[in-house]
Write a protein that binds this ligand. Structure first.
Ligand code: PLP
Length: 441
């Protein structure tokens, strides 16, 4: 046993895989064994490993200006250019960009911005935030309070009251439907619950609704058709902001530029990015707000003296230069379009598992998907714990495929966007062998 405390790990666990290097969509362990990275690391290495252009970008920027901060308006060209680039890409009006290091701190930033903004426009009572059951928005104290997964909330007195966190239904039809309810009835019921909660709490006390357009850690849930249209209509009716957490779904993952595009979410008021923003070649997050929200925040910031928030590495020049290059590569290589095409291929292949006796549901969109293993195929009954999924993941690893089991027993796949058709075939073959072997568990 080494001295590392492993994140999101049963602390009884010892090192179970020591990786040494990566190349394209593959990583290699310290014994030289090759693995296909079926989850793009943690849903982030979109351009795979060992991309020479990115290695050169990182090293050139390190040589030029290895560090600069952004406090007090100090700046640098990669940071200015990256904010311009992002503002030009997103479906938001005159977006302004705040840089951080991770999805969690990006979401924390947004919580503070919400307070700042509503105070600025004279609505300080608008402070509650609606999140959804099973949501994942990070693990810092504030973002961790928006997260709804039990393991992330256990032994942690989340300041739910102080942050005004409200929870509404998770939009998963397969596990959340009641009786013979149709998808449309399910949507009607859960959006009805949302509206009832808003009215009960008082719309004048609610600032925003946060959602991953398609979820990752909660099981790769694609909400039924019409869900977001209904949600947005309700939010508009009660003057509540839509906050899109695109930490996983941003930049081609779902077969479009953003998850909002894929899910017909119109003009979010805030968007959070991390992960694929830099293809994980350097840590960076971006918290975007509407231009008029930023304008409103200027005056109070002048009164207090500052907008009192910022990290040492906010807008790290190497991170910004790396992200700029990543966005250039996405565009040059048409990776969002490619992701739509290869995504169709991946989803078709995944659907083959739908008939398997262990599989309850296969779902996904573009280059992200999940195969949910269930105790009873007829009723969709879940297993009592996640040990079946963990076993399947272990079997995948034996076969040279790295994936993750999320939300219990959903086997999630989210390969680098550069994966080839033959490599998708390899992923499917290895996943299939592992699922078959899990029948004996
Ligand atoms: N938001 C979403 C949707 C995520 O999936 C994650 C991480 O997986 C986060 C936020 C937190 O990002 P980070 O782990 O970089 O803090």
């Amino acid at each position: 046993m080494t001295n590392v405390i492993y994140p999101t790990t049963n602390l009884k666990a010892v090192e179970q895989l020591v990786l040494e290097r990566g190349e394209g969509v593959y990583v290699f362990d310290n014994q030289g064994k090759q693995y296909l990275e079926g989850l793009a690391g943690l849903w982030c290495t979109s351009l795979g490993y060992g991309n020479q252009e990115l290695i050169d970008t990182v090293s050139e920027q390190l040589g030029k200006l290895s560090y600069s901060h952004m406090f007090g308006g100090k700046s640098h060209q990669p940071g200015i250019d990256l904010a311009d680039k992002l503002a030009g890409m997103v479906p938001m009006d005159n977006a302004k960009v705040f840089f951080g290091n991770s999805g969690s701190d990006g979401n924390d930033t947004h919580i503070k911005m919400l307070r700042y903004y509503f105070n600025a426009i004279g609505k300080p009572e608008k402070r509650k935030i609606i999140t959804r059951e099973r949501a994942y928005h990070g693990v810092t104290v504030a973002a961790g309070s928006l997260t709804s997964l039990p393991a992330n909330l256990a032994h942690f007195d989340a300041p739910l009251e102080a942050l005004g966190i409200l929870r509404t239904d998770h939009p998963h039809y397969f596990s959340g439907r009641q009786g013979n309810e149709t998808e449309a009835e399910f949507v009607e019921r859960i959006t009805g619950n949302l509206e009832t909660m808003i009215v009960r709490e008082g719309p004048e006390t609610i600032a925003a609704f946060i959602a991953e357009p398609i979820t990752g850690a909660s099981g790769v849930i694609v909400p039924p058709a019409g869900y977001y249209e209904k949600v947005q209509a309700i939010l508009n009716k009660y003057d509540i902001l839509f906050w899109a957490d695109e930490v996983i779904t941003g930049f081609g993952r779902t077969g479009n530029d953003f998850g909002c595009t894929t899910m017909n979410i119109e003009k979010p008021d805030m968007m959070t990015f991390a992960k694929q923003l830099s293809s994980a070649y350097y840590p960076i997050s971006a918290s975007l707000i509407r231009g008029d929200m930023y304008e409103a925040m200027i005056e109070p910031s002048a009164q207090v003296g500052v907008f009192g928030h910022g990290y040492t590495y906010s807008g790290h020049p190497v991170a910004c230069a790396t992200a700029l290059k990543v966005l250039e590569i996405y565009e040059r290589e048409n990776l969002f379009e490619r992701s739509a095409q290869m995504g169709d291929y991946l989803q078709t292949k995944l659907k083959q598992f739908a008939d398997h006796p262990l599989v309850g549901e296969v779902r996904g969109r573009g280059m992200i998907g999940a195969v949910e293993l269930v105790a009873n195929k007829q009723t969709g009954k879940a297993f009592a714990n996640g040990s079946v999924g963990a076993y399947a993941v272990q079997r995948c690893q034996e076969h040279g495929l790295i994936i993750r089991a999320v939300a219990g027993n959903s086997l999630a796949v989210c390969p680098p966007l550069i994966i080839s058709e033959a490599q998708v075939d390899e992923l499917i073959e290895k996943l299939g062998m592992a699922i078959d072997e899990t029948l004996d568990f």
